[in-house]
Design a binder for this molecule. Structure first.
Ligand SMILES: C[S@@+](CC[C@H](N)C(=O)[O-])C[C@H]1O[C@@H](n2cnc3c(N)ncnc32)[C@H](O)[C@@H]1O
Length: 325
C-alpha cells in the first residue's frame, strides 16, 4: 500500500492537490474527461493525468496551478470527519513514543474518523496487524471510507470491530498477544482490565486524552492497578514560523492545545512494579526559602502603591490607558 501508489506520473482515480497563484488549495480526484471549475475558468483533469508529480499546469484562461500528491498530513486535515481527529503532530508522537514497528500487532479504539488509524497502518505496514474498535457504526463507516481513499482500497493489515473496546478486545484477541494498545476515547480507565489482559509483557499502552481530568484519572487508575509501569505524560506544541525576507518570526496563530499523551508498559504477570524511591528533593523548600520568596525574587515587577492607586482610579472610571511593557 506504499511506494508503488505514491510514485510515477499522476493516474486516473488518484487525488491531486492543486495550489493556485494565491496559495489556495483544492484537492481533486482525477477522472478522464473531468474538470475542476472555479469562477476563474476550468482545468481539465486530462491535462493533469500523466504529468509528473510537482508539475505546474494552466487552465483554460491561463491560471496556473501547482499539482502535488497530497501527503498523509494534508489528507488527514482535509478528509471528512465526524469527531476530532488526532493531529499529525500527535500521530507522529504516538507512532514514535509507543514504538509502533513494522509487523507489530496493534489494537486501537476509538476509530473516530480514522486519522490515527492511517498513521498506525503506515507504521505497521502491509504485513503488520491493526485491529480497530469503534462503538458507533457511523464513525466506523467514515473511517473505512477515509482509509480506503488514502490507500486506494482496503488495507491488508486492517480490520474494524463494532462495539465497546473493553468487551470486544478480550473476545477477539488472545490474552498477552498484543504488542501495542492505542486509545483515543473519553474514558480509557474503563479499559484497564481489558488492556492488561491482551497486552503482552513489556507491551506499550498509549492514551491520547483531551483534558487534565481524564489524564489524571487514567494515570491514577494505572498506578492503583499495579500491572503496569509508572506512567509518563506529556503534550506537544508545534509553532509554525513565518519566513519572508528579513521578517522571520513565529506565526501569530497556532493550535495551542490538542491533547495529552500518557504512556505505560505492561509488567510481567506476578511481579509488583518498582515504585521509584525519591530522595528528599532539593526542590523542596523550607521556611527560609519561603521568606526569601519575595515578588522580586520570583521575577514579579514591583509596582508602587501610587501606581496601583492610579490604576484603580482609572479602572473604576473606565479610562483607557496605554499599557507599557
Ligand atoms: C475522538 S474520537 C477518535 C478519533 C480518532 N482517533 C481519529 O484520529 O480520527 C473518539 C471515538 O471513540 C469512540 N469510543 C469512545 N469510547 C469507546 C469505547 N469504549 N469503545 C470503542 N469506541 C469508543 C467514539 O465513538 C469516538 O468515535
Amino acid at each position: 500500500m506504499g511506494a508503488a501508489r505514491r510514485r510515477g506520473p499522476f493516474r486516473e482515480g488518484e487525488r491531486v492537490q492543486l495550489t493556485d497563484e494565491r496559495g489556495r488549495m483544492n484537492t481533486v480526484t482525477l477522472e478522464r474527461g473531468g474538470a475542476f471549475h472555479t469562477h476563474r475558468g476550468f482545468l481539465n483533469h486530462d491535462d493533469i493525468i500523466g504529468k509528473v508529480d510537482g508539475s505546474v499546469v494552466v487552465n483554460n484562461v491561463g491560471q496556473q496551478y501547482q499539482t502535488l500528491r497530497p501527503l498523509l498530513s494534508d489528507f488527514v486535515l482535509s478528509m471528512p470527519r465526524g469527531a476530532a481527529v488526532v493531529y499529525p503532530k500527535d500521530a507522529g508522537q504516538i507512532v514514535t513514543m509507543a514504538d509502533i514497528f513494522p509487523g507489530a500487532r496493534v489494537v486501537e479504539a476509538g476509530v473516530g474518523s480514522g486519522a490515527l488509524s492511517i498513521s498506525l497502518l503506515r507504521a505497521v505496514g502491509d504485513n503488520g496487524y491493526l485491529h480497530s474498535f469503534e462503538r458507533r457504526e457511523e464513525f466506523a463507516d467514515i473511517a473505512r471510507g477515509n482509509v480506503e481513499t488514502i490507500f486506494g482500497g482496503p488495507h491488508p493489515a486492517w480490520q474494524i470491530t463494532l462495539g465497546d473496546f473493553q468487551e470486544e478486545v478480550v473476545r477477539t484477541e488472545e490474552p498477552g498477544s498484543v504488542d501495542r494498545v492505542v486509545l483515543d476515547m473519553l474514558a480509557p480507565w474503563e479499559c484497564l482490565d481489558a488492556v492488561a489482559t491482551v497486552l503482552a509483557p513489556g507491551g506499550v499502552w498509549i492514551n491520547y486524552v483531551a483534558t487534565v481530568t481524564q489524564l489524571s484519572r487514567t494515570a491514577e487508575a494505572i498506578r492503583a492497578d499495579g500491572r503496569f509501569t509508572e506512567p509518563d505524560a506529556w503534550e506537544s506544541m508545534v509553532r509554525g514560523w513565518h519566513l519572508e525576507g528579513l521578517a522571520v518570526r513565529p506565526d501569530h496563530r497556532m493550535v495551542a492545545h490538542t491533547g495529552f499523551l500518557l504512556v505505560t508498559r505492561r509488567l510481567a504477570d506476578g511481579v509488583t512494579g518498582i515504585s521509584v524511591k525519591r530522595r528528599p528533593s532539593k526542590t523542596e523548600f523550607n521556611e527560609e526559602d519561603v521568606n526569601a520568596w519575595t515578588p522580586g525574587a520570583v521575577g514579579e515587577r514591583l509596582v508602587s502603591d501610587k501606581k496601583l492607586r492610579r490604576a484603580a482610579r482609572d479602572a473604576i472610571a473606565g479610562t483607557n490607558v496605554v499599557d507599557t511593557p
